[in-house]
Design a protein around this ligand. Sequence first.
Ligand code: NAP
Length: 292
Amino acid sequence: MTKTCMVTGASGFLGRAVVQRLGVDRHVHGVAFRQADRFAALDLRNPDEVAAYLRAHRPDAVVHLAAYRDPDFCEEHRDETWALNVRPLESFCEWLPPEVPLLFVSSDYVFDGNRPPFKEDDPVCPINVYGESKAAAERVVLQRPGATVLRVPLLVGAAASVETSGFIAQMWQAVREKTPRVEDHVIVRFPTWIRDVAEGIAFLLDHRASGCFHLSSLRGATRYEWMREFAELVGESADHLSPSTEIVPRRAARPLNSQLNSDRLRSIGFEHLTDFREVMRQVLAGFSVPLP
Ligand SMILES: NC(=O)c1ccc[n+]([C@@H]2O[C@H](COP(=O)([O-])OP(=O)(O)OC[C@H]3O[C@@H](n4cnc5c(N)ncnc54)[C@H](OP(=O)(O)O)[C@@H]3O)[C@@H](O)[C@H]2O)c1
């Protein structure tokens, strides 16, 4: 019989890719909150709603993606952040039968970024509220026997249009506008394809792999360097972009280099770690952007 899998955050950037991938060989029960046109509406901050949903649907597995993920928002809304980023895990651990796999997507922001690359067993040391909330959620999840935590860094991929596709949209705009601008040349980022993460989630569920895993692309660069590479790929000049070697002050501090070591996942046979240049190429091709 085909297994059913509940996916929270199904309407989100990663959620849409995960629903599509898991839908290949499972019945997916996607849940969302405000954008619940295609999905069931469920406020995960309400434990009674979560319990009622689980009683009614009895999923064979749960993939939990929903979260506030803007570090600046989280920094100023600690209680609200905890209500969505941590409490639903407590509800899942309380209400899910022990044999049902629970997979939680966490973040490289559980690390301070000072001594990369980080392995799964390195002590967590978040430097902002978002990272603290993800680390707290991990502690809840990992108390449950058989549960899985998958940490990922900055995610990239295609949304509905180039203009709404996250980091690729920002590069697209910055490179085409030709307005002089300064781009960060301090923080090293490892943009990782949402399709690879969706593949990783399917892989971990298929292998019933439990514990903590990292999934990250292998080549890191600063935002300024990625912008230059993007410009070269689309045949545009990047002369209007200049590097900033000063850390731009933001509400939430950012780790300087939170590179995740993905060897544990690779050692059990996972191979989908697509280089960001290839992701850019495929995303632009998907939107029929002509490349030189
Ligand atoms: N994006 C990244 O670069 C990145 C990097 C590292 C880790 N992550 C982690 O990956 C996961 C997915 O991130 P994402 O980028 O896909 O996030 P996203 O696009 O911001 O999506 C967030 C999801 O959470 C849902 N949600 C919000 N409030 C809710 C509530 N009260 N009850 C139920 N659902 C609610 C949203 O539903 P509606 O839109 O329908 O309201 C949406 O589906 C998160 O756990 C995030 O921490 C993301």
